[in-house]
Design a protein around this ligand. Structure first.
Ligand code: ADP
Length: 262
């Protein structure tokens, strides 16, 4: 199922979570990023268009400044993101450079999605970038978003972007192989759910455990993202981003994942 979905999709939105982008020490995982850029380049060469939704600005800001003071202070967090966003994009720029691919940064807030003129502009910019062979990299604009007006997690942002761009497929990369019947980090006997055709039903049958260190949304926001995407006929795959050559492995059917179809 997963190889077919990827083979058939021309326009793919890929979201990479903080847990995948950061290494054990909380620094941007450059090895992952370079390997991932290579796989995206191969997809683009093969005729696909890719939009990346990249988390990790706060983690990058933290490791750049080397300290986290005033943890509860929203403005300090925003300042960290402002620093980290530059680092993050610098890392993506270097990652794609060997493949002669340009990147374009798009920072969005929740309000942007509620305004028809802005959504039209965003849509046109995404279309133009992708048509020009440039890789758009989307993140939430943390500088202007305080808690109340934030989209809040990049899973939702990725789903909204997929709908806006009329993508054929949405892939969320996290640090787990997919949706389990219970949190695999807490329950070693948790079982992977390979296909979801009824989200309402699955919400009642699985249990969603806590979120780990860098992640923001946990599994709940991934289910919300799936709901938004499938409502517009866009299938979603949830898979582990940290495996070796993960995009290629998914396309080849050698890596598991959860497919959401309805
Ligand atoms: P990311 O930063 O990749 O978006 P999150 O930490 O926000 O990741 O969410 C993924 C985490 O959700 C997993 O690491 C896992 O511990 C947790 N989780 C809780 N319940 C489940 C479940 N039923 N199936 C899969 N993961 C779950």
């Amino acid at each position: 199922m997963i190889p077919e979905l990827i083979a058939q999709a021309r326009k793919i939105v890929i979201k990479i979570g903080s847990n995948t982008l950061a290494d054990q020490e909380g620094k941007i995982n450059l090895g992952f990023l370079e390997e991932f850029a290579g796989q995206v380049a191969a997809f683009i060469k093969g005729g696909k268009q890719i939009v990346i939704v990249s988390s990790g600005a706060q983690v990058a800001g933290l490791s750049t400044l080397g300290k986290w003071v005033r943890k509860q202070d929203i403005h300090y967090k925003q300042a960290l993101c402002a620093v980290g966003q530059v680092e993050l994009m610098g890392a993506w720029l270097r990652g794609f450079a060997p493949y002669s691919l340009h990147i374009g940064q798009i920072l969005l807030t929740r309000d942007d999605f509620g305004d028809s003129i802005r959504t039209l502009n965003m849509r046109n910019t995404l279309f133009t970038l992708a048509d020009e062979g440039i890789v758009p990299i989307i993140n939430e604009n943390d500088t202007v978003g305080v808690e109340e007006i934030k989209i809040g997690d990049n899973d939702t942002l990725a789903a909204q972007s997929a709908v806006l761009w009329s993508a054929d497929l949405l892939i969320l990369f996290s640090d787990i192989d997919g949706l389990y019947n219970k949190n695999p980090k807490e329950h070693p006997d948790a079982e992977l759910v390979r296909e979801v055709r009824n989200l309402g039903e699955i919400r009642n049958t699985i249990s969603a455990g806590g979120v780990n260190s860098f992640g923001t949304g946990g599994i709940a926001t991934k289910l919300d993202a799936a709901e938004q995407a499938v409502r517009y006929g866009i299938p979603m795959i949830l898979a582990h981003g940290g495996r070796s050559r993960t995009l290629e492995a998914l396309a080849a059917g050698t890596q598991p994942g959860t497919v959401f179809l309805g």
